[in-house]
Design a binder for this molecule. Structure first.
Ligand SMILES: [Zn+2]
Ligand SMILES: [Zn+2]
Length: 60
């Protein structure tokens, strides 16, 4: 299985584009904002802290 950037929430499968707020843990589990809040910002897979994923798009 090839490693690729996940673009959906692992919990609710909401699409997460580069402009969408997403949260990841240190193992790159990826979740949308509402799920992250609902889980108290703790990854259900590994127990790690979920942090906001930086957006690649530059402002301006
Ligand atoms: Zn979600
Ligand atoms: Zn995780």
């Amino acid at each position: 299985m090839a490693l690729e950037m996940r673009t959906i929430c692992e919990k609710c499968e909401t699409g997460l584009g580069h402009d969408t707020e997403a949260h990841i843990c240190s193992f790159e589990c990826t979740f949308c904002g509402p799920c992250t809040e609902a889980m108290d910002r703790v990854c259900p897979n590994c127990g790690g802290e979920l942090v906001r994923r930086p957006r690649r798009k530059t402002e301006g």
